[in-house]
Write a new protein. Structure first.
Length: 112
């Protein structure tokens, strides 16, 4: 089973707009084996979050991106429960990756 097939098999299935965002974020990773889903989802969420923070954009214009980041993170946890033996290590890695999106002492520019 591929990551794309794994996503298609979710019940309930993600709404069409969210599925489009997930597919764009994952790109070629959709064709990788589903056992790699945890890492691929987490990496895609981190990439999107870094780009969003760097852009300084806030508000409704980035709502779809935030929902996609949230869904990628949720699916990473869901996939981890299916494939990983050590959930605490996964959770620590995920928290560290997201915490390091903004370097300590730096504050991204704010726009409205």
């Amino acid at each position: 089973m591929t990551i794309g097939e794994w996503l298609q098999a979710r019940d309930p299935r993600p709404p069409a707009e969210l599925m489009d965002g997930l597919e764009r974020a994952l790109g070629p990773a959709l064709n990788k084996e589903a056992v790699e889903a945890t890492g691929e989802f987490l990496s895609a969420a981190e990439r999107m979050l870094r780009a969003l923070v760097a852009s300084g954009e806030t508000g409704r214009s980035v709502a779809a991106d935030l929902l996609t980041i949230d869904a990628l993170t949720t699916y990473a946890v869901e996939a981890a429960t299916e494939t990983l033996d050590d959930l605490p290590d996964f959770a620590e890695d995920a928290m560290a990756r997201f915490a390091n999106v903004i370097k300590p002492g730096s504050v991204p520019p704010r726009t409205s």
